[in-house]
Design a protein around this ligand. Sequence first.
Ligand code: UDP
Ligand code: MG
Length: 316
Amino acid sequence: MEKELISIIVPCYNEQEVLPLFREEILRVTDGMSDKYPHLEFEFLFINDGSRDATLDILRDYSQDDGRFRYISFSRNFGKEAGMLAGLEHSKGDYAVILDADLQHPPEFIPQMYEYILSGAYDCTTTKRTSRKGEPKLLSFFSKSFYKVINKISQTRIEESTSDFRFMTRQMVDAILSMQEYNRFSKGIFSWVGFRTKYIEYENVERAAGKSTWNFWKLLKYAFDGIIAFSTAPLVFSVILAILLFIAAVILLIFAIAVASAFLGVLCAVCFVGGLQLFCTGVLGQYLAKTYMEVKKRPKYIIAEDEEIYKKRKDR
Ligand code: UDP
Ligand code: MG
């Protein structure tokens, strides 16, 4: 049977504590798969997203020990979206799997994910959390509301509670890579490209070690970026609001004239018109800011080192 390569892509930001655990677990799972399907081969592609700890040293060691371990090291922190993109762009596999380093995306699902695709019924397998155990209540609430809002206003349906843990065919990877936008919102991109997707449900697990780099504000920004990237509804919303405010201003003005208070009337009008203009400018500004970033065509990440560069430097 012809060989098939599976690329395992792992974005890493300050993951020194968890990497040894991850390596052990991923090797256990992939060795098991190779036993069952001897035609399968693996490459492990880590993206060091500007970590400040020993992540890079660990990745260097891994790539020295085992030729299947590769890495890309960014010149600074570019964010997980950039990490996933770099991983997909540099993967060579017939299939690509993206998963977190912290074992919150249990590698033991990978064989099952592969089998769904092997069956021919699907092009992609992903996971869906059935519980948000271990997550702050308020965060769950905001997260749920985010999916409600984005699915109301965007044509691209984004499944709630799906994670970035995905097994995809090369065709789907190439489709994703054909979307070269700067403001990347992967959850939206995965869904926009289509393909038959199988959702596997699983219980949320806590991080194996280290700590999450997300906080409330980062997640809020992520949510807004997602909405702006996949919907222009806020533009329509601002227009509707503007009309409503305009009507309210007119009524207030009539009222002010009725009680013969010129001051009240002027004040109301000034407030409303001022607020209204600021609001519309704000929304427009958001889109303009995004367009500005797209137009610049800046690189989405910068590579400072990979295993080949390191090897050359070391051998000299
Ligand atoms: N990550 C990254 N760049 C960042 C932040 C996170 O590559 O700027 C990686 C991180 O190493 C991990 C994954 O993205 O493998 C998910 O991050 P984390 O566990 O902090 O997020 P959470 O699981 O809390 O959503
Ligand atoms: Mg995590």
